[in-house]
Design a protein around this ligand. Structure first.
Ligand SMILES: [Zn+2]
Length: 283
């Protein structure tokens, strides 16, 4: 069933588990995620980035995601990932997304608060949930120096002020993860997660979670992370399966035969994450 982001994340927040938010770009990825959610009886968030929407077209991606959610027997939210453009955010609300992320994290605190409030006013009027970002979650290619790392992370006092002045439904925090494929081992700042959770008491979101050790993710969840974003690991499952299949079947031309093993492989990877995050069995 199609539900709001808040409905899913409030339950996770109350009961101390996290829900996976997986990026979607086409039908097979959506089917793989839903299959995993039903198999593990897990609530799930299907999220489209601005790039994903550009690739598939907003009409296609929203229709596919909504059909998947409505036909599903588990709670599913359809979410915009990293909405940096106000027009894009509003369009997603119009196309039936039940949750949006407003990402104004590159601006100073006051502007971030103002942009987030502008989105909240519109989104909450039509029962759409809002995630915001505070701190700078970069890419693995950003090469941040160790002494500069602290400055990119979410400041605890600013998080308190941000939540008080916006009433945002969930908050993405920068605590040592990055987007993309990690070269070394990511070092999470667990004390920061704990402090932000204790002082804000709202659902917290971890971006860039592919490639983070499962024991670290479990610890992050126990300290207050309730939404875990996964994109890279699903991409890898997709590409690996297709490469494997074509290696042995180089003359195959049927897209169904080429994409079926990719769909199955993605589903397996997603189901594994759901068990680690603690969302399995919650639907
Ligand atoms: Zn992200």
């Amino acid at each position: 069933m199609l539900v709001t982001g808040s409905e899913i994340l409030q339950d996770a927040h109350k009961n101390g588990y996290a829900v996976g938010a997986f990026n979607i770009n086409n039908m097979e990825i959506i089917q793989a995620i839903i299959e995993a959610a039903e198999e593990t009886r897990s609530p799930v968030i299907l999220q489209a980035s601005q790039g994903g929407i550009k690739y598939a077209g907003i009409e296609y991606i929203s229709a596919l995601a909504k059909v998947a959610a409505e036909r599903s027997t588990v709670p599913v939210a359809v979410h915009l990932d990293h909405g940096t453009d106000f027009v894009q955010v509003v369009k997603c609300i119009r196309y039936g997304f039940t949750s949006v992320m407003v990402d104004a994290s590159k601006y100073p605190l006051e502007e971030n608060i103002a942009m987030t409030n502008k989105v909240i006013e519109i989104a909450h009027a039509v029962d759409v949930s809002v995630e915001a970002e505070l701190g700078k979650i970069g890419g693995t290619e950003d090469h941040i120096k160790v002494d500069e790392r602290e400055a990119t992370m979410t400041n605890v006092d600013e998080a308190v002020r941000f939540v008080e002045e916006t009433g945002v439904d969930s908050l993405a925090i920068a605590v040592g993860t990055a987007h993309g494929v990690y070269k070394g081992k990511p070092e999470l700042d667990f004390d920061r997660i704990k402090a932000i959770k204790e002082k804000t008491n709202i659902p917290l979101v971890l971006h860039g979670s592919s490639g983070v050790a499962y024991e670290d993710l479990e610890k992050a969840v126990s300290l207050g992370i309730n939404k875990i974003n996964i994109d890279t690991d699903v991409r890898m499952a997709f590409a690996d399966a297709i490469k494997d299949f074509l290696k042995d079947n180089i003359d195959e031309i049927d897209p169904r035969k080429i994409l079926k093993p990719a769909r199955a492989n993605m589903s397996q990877v997603v189901a594994e994450k759901m068990r680690v995050f603690g969302s399995a069995g919650r639907a």
